[in-house]
Write a protein that binds this ligand. Structure first.
Ligand SMILES: CC(C)=CCC/C(C)=C/CC/C(C)=C/CC/C(C)=C/[C@@H]1[C@@H](COP(=O)(O)OP(=O)(O)O)[C@]1(C)CC/C=C(\C)CC/C=C(\C)CCC=C(C)C
Ligand SMILES: [Mn+2]
Length: 408
């Protein structure tokens, strides 16, 4: 498939801003911490920094606190907006979905809409199958409505990433991202620009999906345009939330929360966020060499310095004992986010657990593969081979099933 056809869309119009609020989830070492607004913070230079407003000094909020507020808001929205059946299970928002419901008597125009929409979802499925085969296979066990919605979200995320990473990336300006964000607002208001937008427009009208994680992902792409260094983990955490944690928050309302789950909505969202962060940290560790060749160093500068390393060491690309030891710490932290994510999978609807477990186990194994490469992520790209991928699927399935008995 020509990615030019799929991604070469130049959106029009203006922007909106994102709002992040307060509180927390896991600390920068990945350790869960529950704290109230009045609790004091642990470590981190940026958490300790003071933001001055007038003459009153107030502690600057850490990225974790800001992101946790988004989690709380998303969890509250899904509780409020979802129409619950007797079990409290999340079901479609039938009022909004009515427009595209083929079982409702339709005019010719509406039938045409429906045909176009069917084509749009089929195309989304093809894109997923092409770019993320294992994930695509996992979606096949979901209900058709859920599956289509997840595909539409996937395609929007991929296109958004391609704006700054794809073949036309050198032409992408902040203005283009503003136009992409305007297009996002339009599709959320039922005015899609193209067929992929129409698929997402339908999906977000059918499930209690909020626009904020989508806007925040665009904000992550803005960061990629203007920033190539991260001073500390607090900055990196925010970036990871923007480009990947958001995916978890977008997906939960569609994947659904299990009616039998004893887990709180908030804890399921926390786990989804953690999976996105874990995946992105893993991406970053896998792609150190590739990113360096593009002049990018995502690794926290203060942690590099503490390990006696600098950008120069990364550009030189020599695996030394210092590097191995530094990488061990980074891998450990990524694993802690995976651990955090694992705790929430059983809170999802049963049919959504298998693809989530599969993606979690596969991504997590990239970390094993970095170790197997003796931490050479400068010249080698860690990957999970076909055999290991294949073996992970029944393991994922078993975990998904085990989750059912734990939640019941
Ligand atoms: C309770 C619980 C655990 C729920 C699970 C929630 C859930 C489904 C979380 C999904 C987490 C996930 C797959 C995050 C994606 C993270 C990621 C890899 C982001 C990449 C960003 C940019 O990275 P970069 O440019 O550095 O990397 P590349 O070299 O370009 O790869 C992204 C590329 C952003 C775009 C993200 C996607 C295209 C993935 C979107 C995926 C979905 C919508 C489906 C998620 C569903 C499942 C089952 C995995
Ligand atoms: Mn990318």
């Amino acid at each position: 498939m020509s990615s030019g056809v799929l991604w070469g869309v130049c959106p029009k119009e203006t922007t909106t801003t994102t709002t992040l609020l307060l509180s927390r989830l896991v600390n920068r070492n990945g350790v869960p911490i529950r704290r109230s607004k009045t609790c004091s913070f642990s470590s981190s230079s940026s958490s300790k920094a003071l933001a001055f407003s007038g003459t009153v000094a107030t502690p600057a909020r850490s990225s974790e606190e800001k992101v946790y507020q988004v989690v709380l808001k998303q969890a509250a929205l899904v509780r409020e907006q979802s129409i619950s059946n007797n079990n409290g299970n999340i079901t479609h928002n039938k009022d909004k979905a009515l427009h595209f419901n083929p079982t409702v008597e339709t005019t010719t125009d509406e039938s045409t809409n429906w045909d176009l929409l069917k084509d749009a979802f089929n195309r989304c499925g093809e894109v997923c199958a092409e770019y993320a085969k294992t994930f695509y296979l996992g979606t096949l066990i979901m209900t058709p409505e859920r599956r289509k919605a997840v595909w539409a979200i996937y395609v929007w995320c991929r296109r958004t990433d391609e704006l700054v990473d794809g073949p036309n990336a050198s032409h992408i300006t902040p203005k283009a991202l503003d136009r992409w964000e305007q297009r996002l607002s339009d599709l959320f208001e039922g005015r899609p620009f193209d067929m992929y937008d129409a698929a997402l427009s339908h999906a977000v009208s059918n499930y209690p999906v909020d626009i904020q994680p989508f806007r925040d992902m665009i904000e992550g792409m803005r960061l990629d345009l203007r920033k190539s260094r991260y001073r500390n983990f607090d900055e990196l955490y925010l970036y990871c939330y923007y480009v990947a944690g958001t995916v978890g928050l977008m997906s939960v309302p569609v994947m659904g929360i299990s009616p039998e789950s004893k887990a709180s909505t908030e804890s399921v969202y926390n786990a989804a966020l953690a999976l996105g962060i874990a995946n992105q940290l893993t991406n970053i560790l896998r792609d150190v060499g590739e990113d360096a060749r593009r002049g990018r160093v995502y690794l926290p500068q203060d942690e590099l310095a503490r390990a006696g390393l600098s950008d120069e060491d990364i550009f030189r690309g020599k695996v030394t004992d210092k590097w191995r030891s530094f990488m061990k710490g980074q891998i450990k932290r990524a694993r802690m986010f995976f651990d955090e994510a694992e705790k929430g999978v059983s809170g999802l609807n049963s049919a959504s657990r298998w693809p989530v477990w599969a993606s979690l186990l596969l991504y997590r194994q990239i970390l094993d593969s970095i170790e197997a490469n003796d931490y050479d992520n400068f010249t080698q790209r860690a990957y999970v081979g076909k055999a290991r991928k294949f073996l992970s699927l029944p393991v994922a399935y078993a975990r998904a099933i085990m989750g059912s008995s734990q939640t019941a």
